[in-house]
Write a protein that binds this ligand. Structure first.
Ligand SMILES: Nc1ncnc2c1ncn2[C@@H]1O[C@H](COP(=O)(O)OP(=O)(O)O)[C@@H](O)[C@H]1O
Ligand SMILES: [Mg+2]
Length: 349
């Protein structure tokens, strides 16, 4: 049998742990009769599972009646792709042609007799969506890894117009905190920056233990020990499973537990942590460095060490929490959140 775990990003793994609560929050909202929210931005650290969750959500809506799902890349002309995608869809095309919507002026479809070609992309999208609305369709636009570029800026401003016109156009995006934060300074993008955000929760440790137990035929203690080593971080769940399969379960010269951990550390480091570490701005790095050297720390002690007032630290604390790097759940304390981060980063500080 092949290794059921994967080290690849963005791929729905064979060993998948469901995220029912957060997925339902979105599907319930978008399918309600009068949604109070038309867009969500999924955020979380690299490897938290944003792309996988987004494609699951996209699949969910593809399978629902009267939903049209459009996946677009932020690196292409988003508005034109959406129009072209809608217009060329089997089952919808006749609807648009019957309504005499002629987008040939935008390079989409062919010119129709007795119709006035539309040259403006906003007008084009409004016309298409109006027809879809009459037939009770809802459209979902899906964009992975949002960034600040000309296509995203153009899309954001038109999307606001479509929403104001009460057209049934829903939006799901993912983005790293750094990139989302980068949207706020751009006037046309503050709207996306303010979009309701869903920070990916860690996967359930119990579910992880149950799956490891089943796959590797472990006892409860062993399964629990492995599950805790992932701290619910999606990439870590795959990486540890992958290595356990490769180095222990299916291996002739089985490695011991310490060796497994050393492979695990180098995998985490190579695939994610190095990147996170070297991209950290100075002040954030100095806070993380303290946690790497000391483990869990009192907020007060961090302020003292860095000679930083508490209100200033709070700003960085929020930022690091949103990036998914620290745990702030214990009042008055900060600790590292990603599994084995401290043990790995100690070689860099
Ligand atoms: N719900 C999940 N259950 C199990 N593994 C997951 C889950 N979501 C993501 N993964 C795995 O975690 C890794 C990172 O997922 P990905 O969606 O690419 O993260 P991101 O887009 O946040 O960087 C991939 O190997 C993926 O297979
Ligand atoms: Mg991704």
């Amino acid at each position: 049998m092949n290794n059921p775990y994967t080290l690849s990003f963005g791929i729905e793994p064979n060993e998948y742990i469901s995220r029912t609560v957060q997925m339902n929050q979105i599907t319930d909202m978008f399918t309600s009769d009068v949604p109070s929210n038309y867009l969500y931005l999924l955020s979380g650290v690299r490897g938290a599972g944003k792309t996988v969750m987004l494609s699951n959500l996209s699949d969910t809506f593809v399978n629902m009646k009267n939903w049209v799902v459009i996946n677009v890349s932020p690196d292409v002309d988003i508005l034109n792709s959406i129009a072209a995608n809608l217009y060329s869809r089997r089952g919808l095309q006749n609807l648009f042609i019957d309504a005499k919507i002629d987008l040939s002026g935008l390079g989409i479809g062919v010119s129709l007799t007795n119709s006035t070609p539309i040259f403006d992309i906003t007008v084009a999208l409004e016309s298409l969506l109006k027809e879809l609305k009459k037939k009770k369709y809802r459209v979902l636009i899906v964009i992975d890894e949002i960034i600040n570029n000309k296509y995203v800026r153009a899309f954001a401003s038109v999307y606001q117009i479509l929403l104001r016109s009460k057209l049934p156009v829903f939006l799901l995006m993912t983005g790293l905190y750094e990139n989302i934060n980068n949207l706020q300074n751009e006037k046309s993008l503050t709207f996306l920056y303010r979009a309701p955000k869903i920070y990916l929760e860690p996967l359930s440790i119990a579910s992880i233990a149950i799956r490891y137990k089943a796959v590797f035929k472990l006892n409860d203690e062993e399964a629990k020990k492995l599950a805790h080593l992932t701290n619910g971080y999606a990439f870590a769940y795959q990486a540890l499973g992958y290595l356990y399969w490769d180095k222990i379960f299916e291996s002739n010269d089985k490695c011991d537990f310490d060796e497994l951990i050393s492979y695990y550390d180098s995998t985490l480091s190579e695939y994610v942590y190095e990147k996170i570490w070297f991209e950290l701005p100075e002040t954030e790095k100095s806070i993380i460095t303290l946690l790497v050297l000391n483990g869990r720390m009192k907020v007060k002690d961090i302020c003292n060490s860095l000679d930083m007032p508490n209100n200033k630290l709070s700003v960085y604390r929020d930022r690091l929490k949103r990036k998914g790097l620290i745990d702030t759940s214990e009042y008055g304390y900060l600790s590292l959140n990603l599994p084995r981060f401290g043990e790995i980063a100690k070689f860099w500080v």
